[in-house]
Design a protein around this ligand. Sequence first.
Ligand code: HAM
Length: 422
Amino acid sequence: MKQFKRIKGTQDILPPESRQWAALENLIHEIMERYNFHEIRTPVFEQTELFARGIGQLTDIVSKEMYSFQDRGKKQITLKPEMTAPVMRAFIENKMYAQQPIHKLYYIASLFRQEKPQAGRLRQFHQFGAETIGSADPAADIEMIDLAVAIYKKTGLKDLQLSINSVGDPLCRNRFRKILQDYIRPNLNLYCEDCKKRFETNPMRILDCKNESCIKLNEQAPKLTDYLCDGCAEHYKQLKSGLDNLGIAYRENPYLVRGLDYYTRTVFEITSGALGAQNAVCGGGRYDLLAEELGGMPTPATGFAAGMERLLLVLQSQQIDMAETTGLDVFIIGMENDARPIIDKTLLKLRNAGYRCDQDLLKRSIKAQMREANRQAARYVLIIGENELNSGKFAVKDMSNGIQTEIKFEDIENFLEQQKLI
Ligand code: HAM
């Protein structure tokens, strides 16, 4: 019979690794709450046009990487490649602006991009992220970076680098575009094919090209931060002094552009030296014009998103275990069919009381069940055989010291309570 394989670029997250995921997700929920961000969940697919308009038709994501298809009703649908456009769509559609002037939202989501799979780059991947919608204040950008850093700190991660830049607004960008094109034009034939294409459509993306020869050609390129309008320059200045105030170290990278077209003013990325080519663990910035682009009222906004697979890879490389693996509190070994009602009731009672308990479901020998209790690192083993059924008492073995006692069936919860396991 044919056996099935998962789709290229996807992953099965199996135990015990799934415990790391759960621990990371708990930590994200906890820190997001502390910063007063509230969770938003959006559908896994959206109209293709949302991303084409939101992220930009000419970006790699939209032009090369989206999982798009026509559904049976002939509608163009796309599996979401990112969360910012869906969050803004939800904000506008649900008239969230009418409830309060500012919304602080966060998410943990599964996303899809048809990229070439490699370490840290998948076709289905996961991000956590946050968006503050409604504030134009640099304080919102600073809070966003602080939040991302706080989550990384809480995981125990070390050696991350924060890069920041300002990509200005359309006015400064238009002015800068000509200056940049004048710089590139004499050498245009030496740039890579992608950059040649970007020269007319989006020359700023040329600055962000990862091709070695393009990086060299860009070494003396003009910097947009030298051509910002007064408003954008002031915003950038306040961003930097806010980060200084919080003691958050950063590097200014005047060529940081980011691969999505919606950004205005602040952009930032966090990278890790522990990763190879795919070293960006987090990216974000301000996107003050996206709401209008998607048919809403002008609404300033800022946010970030962070790759969870990449974060877990770095944690692994730094030998950080997020999920303490503790064994079971109780394993019940039963040898008689007549013991079934007592086993079931005891398990129910102890589980309700909060103990982690398990039993044998394979009708194995007592020796094999004992081995299983050991494998599960159970602290106490309750044994119920013929003698115990007759006496109404469990044989209770403390696996930490091998000492065995007898405890009446109805007293087992009291006994465990005295041991203060939980
Ligand atoms: P992005 O830079 O496209 O930004 O993605 C953010 C992060 O998601 C990356 O830094 C990386 O860690 C992770 N990531 C992206 N693609 C993959 C992949 N194929 N496999 C594994 N991890 C990946 C955004 O998505 C924006 N929506 C961020 C944002 C939010 N800007 C404002 N608000």
